[in-house]
Design a protein around this ligand. Structure first.
Ligand code: GLC
Length: 661
């Protein structure tokens, strides 16, 4: 049962699509304070309560014991203490003996979840303005609550089939030659592949909806050439529109008044990759429609997939920030030359050259990027009403992606288009997927990737995945292989890396056949993974489940966070530590271990419920089939187009039957 409570004058985020009548009562548990000073909800947790949810958030599947702030952030350093990542997914489930409740705080500004951080037993959700909807969901179990929530937020996005193949990406491929080399080397080594991603360098001076003709002289012909090899090119689209005379998108947007404005009505200016840019006001339906239709430029040239980036929106610096810095530098110069009456501020640490500049200058420099003050400097036009950006900050990525999704239905209604975004809010799951942003080539980030998956599913995001091999830092052969073995199971399977890092395409390392094998396992599993994805998407279900959702009575299963259930048949337990010959695995019931061996054979062993140490070599991919079940397997193929869906074999328990979507 879902109840809806209205506080103040909420902003219509359009996260929820099913009509839920507003309740006149108060939230049935906990304490609510809603005043001019803000909103807070407090609940005293029982010692055994587990708290699920929050989608793209740091740390574990059970969110208890830390603080999380919904405030979409362009922060590439996902260390353990971070409280905000790229998405804002304000849904939690309290799963206890006395209390089983789902709560969705539909509030598009900054919202804090203190889940036993300040006080170990107190769950406190708070925000600065008491203008929001709160949805309370009762159910038999956490799983049941999640399914009810998923129902009210609408069906999840379904990508085209090719999006279940493997994709290669790297920030740094610049020319057609660079791109073709990647594809040719994959094909020459017979490593399956379906997608090649185009990062910002395919554009002319990082201008959206342009092609750098010097680097790719005939884009349409290039797209066709790749299609003939069963490769889909997936270009990036950034949020900022470059300010440049003669650039059509800029000139048109300016003339029509479609960019976000400052209080005085002038267009807000922020620097991102292209230098000075404007942000399209994607909260204005007309501007959203206009921006979305711009994707036609690429679709008309054969493109059928996009990744939307920098849409928190990320800001490197603004005109206001630079002006403040200038002023401080001019003042400092005057102090140095003795023309200022203000005394020269002493440097606290003259031995450290980084600290030679006065604290004031250092502080301004340090706060130029993604400065919260800048997010208060621009406004959206929401159906004629001026709304300050910071109050609805978490909706920008959602609506940029919605712009594209809505436009695709108009400009290419018969085409299935791949679409995913970096920033998101619940509701965006209807238009696209997400990737989890700029992670690092760290072992801990394999585990973070794993743990984030079911939480994202709870919030509607099904087409998801992390940058396999890690975006920042230098990857190693072992790390990439282990990470790919997890990526085999994530709907979005993409290897992506940052400019300047060690090259990590599968062919850069020794014994390429090991990589070929791991990716072939993905292709063998596509009929199963796709079918389970479709079931989840059409039935408001989870593709990834925490063990506790399937075995709620099993205390060990409930607290096992480094294994996941996928679909209805399998459990995965990826290796995420260096120099491991295998790992400990907990089986909540008897299961059949299946290992995909490098020679193409399957190792099968029925294992009883309980703890096991399972050996997993670097070139093996393990999974566990639940008792009495089986899964379909295809023959490996070089691309999804070449997969033979009609001749599948089955692995699992004898006499088991698999129900295809
Ligand atoms: C951002 C994206 C990353 C991309 C880079 C350059 O950091 O998150 O994926 O490679 O920008 O476009």
């Amino acid at each position: 049962m879902v109840k809806k409570y209205v506080f103040g004058t909420p902003f219509e985020t359009e996260a929820v699509v099913e009509a839920v009548e507003a309740s006149k009562n108060l939230i049935s548990f906990g304490n609510v304070t809603a005043t001019k000073e803000g909103f807070s909800f407090e609940y005293t947790m029982e010692p055994t309560d587990v708290v699920y949810g929050l989608g793209q958030a740091n740390r574990g599947i059970n969110k208890r014991g830390y603080i999380y702030v919904s405030n979409c952030a362009d922060d590439p350093n996902h260390t353990e203490e971070k409280v905000s990542l790229y998405g804002a997914h304000n849904f939690i489930v309290i799963d206890g003996i006395k209390c089983k409740k789902g709560l969705f705080f539909d509030y598009p500004g900054k919202l804090e979840f203190d889940i036993g951080y300040t006080k170990r037993d107190v769950l406190k959700v708070s925000c600065e303005r008491a203008d929001l909807y709160v949805y309370e969901i009762d159910g038999e179990s956490a799983y049941d609550i999640v399914k009810q929530f998923r129902k009210i937020i609408g069906k999840s996005y379904i990508p085209p089939k090719f999006a279940f193949g493997f994709g290669q990406s790297r920030w740094g491929y610049r020319t057609q030659e660079d791109f073709e080399k990647v594809v040719d080397t994959y094909r020459a080594n017979e490593i399956p592949m379906d997608m090649l991603y185009l990062d910002i360098d395919y554009m002319e001076s990082y201008k959206d909806f342009t092609i750098d003709k010097k680097r790719i002289p005939d884009f349409k012909a290039f797209v066709e050439k790749m299609k003939a090899k069963n490769i889909h090119l997936i270009p990036i689209i950034d949020a900022g529109v470059k300010i440049e005379d003669g650039y059509e998108v800029y000139e048109e947007g300016k003339e029509k008044g479609y960019f976000c404005k400052r209080e005085d009505g002038s267009d807000f200016v922020a620097a991102v990759w292209p230098g000075w840019t404007h942000f399209t006001d994607v909260m204005n339906p007309e501007a959203r429609d206009w921006f979305g239709k711009k994707y036609a430029f690429l679709i008309e040239q054969g493109i059928d997939g996009f990744w939307n980036d920098m849409n928190e929106p990320a800001i490197f610096y603004t005109e206001e920030g630079v002006a403040a810095l200038n002023e401080a530098i001019v003042e400092y110069a005057a102090q140095l030359t003795g023309t200022s009456d203000k005394p020269l501020e002493p440097c606290d640490d003259i031995m450290n050259t980084a600290n030679v500049l006065p604290a004031k200058i250092r502080s301004i420099m340090g706060s130029l990027q993604n400065n919260p003050e800048d997010y208060k400097r621009f406004y959206h036009n929401v159906n004629g009403k001026k709304v300050r950006h910071d109050l609805i900050h978490n909706l920008y990525g959602f609506n940029m992606t919605r712009a594209a999704g809505e436009a695709f239905e108009k400009i290419a209604p018969d085409k299935d288009i791949l679409l995913f975004s970096r920033s998101s809010y619940i509701g965006m799951h209807r238009y696209g997927g997400i990737w989890t942003g700029d992670n690092q080539s760290w072992w801990s980030h394999i585990l973070l990737n794993l743990k984030m998956m079911p939480s994202l599913n709870m919030c509607g995001f099904l087409y998801i995945g992390a940058d396999l091999g890690g975006f920042g830092s230098n990857a190693t052969r072992e790390l990439v292989l282990r990470w790919l073995a997890l990526g085999v199971f994530t709907p979005l399977m993409r290897n992506h890396a940052a400019l300047g890092t060690r090259e990590q395409e599968c062919y850069q390392f020794e014994d390429i056949e090991d990589f070929k094998h791991v990716i072939e396992v993905r292709y063998r599993l596509i009929p199963y993974l796709y079918s389970e994805y479709m079931k989840a998407a059409t039935q408001d279900d989870l593709y990834f489940k925490p063990l506790g959702f399937v075995y709620p009575e099993d205390k060990i299963a409930v607290q096992t966070e480094d294994q996941l259930m996928i679909g209805n048949e399998i459990m995965i337990a990826p290796v995420y530590t260096q120099n491991a010959i295998g790992r400990g695995v907990y089986l909540p019931e008897e299961m059949k271990l299946v290992k995909f061996m490098p020679d193409g054979s399957l190792y099968e062993e029925i294992m009883p419920k309980g703890y096991h140490f399972v050996e997993v070599a670097l070139n093996e991919v393990p999974l566990f089939i639940r008792k009495g079940k089986c899964i379909p397997l295809a023959k490996a193929a070089q691309s999804t187009a070449e997969l033979d869906w009609d001749n599948l074999e089955f692995v699992g328990y004898d006499d088991a039957e698999y129900k295809h979507y």
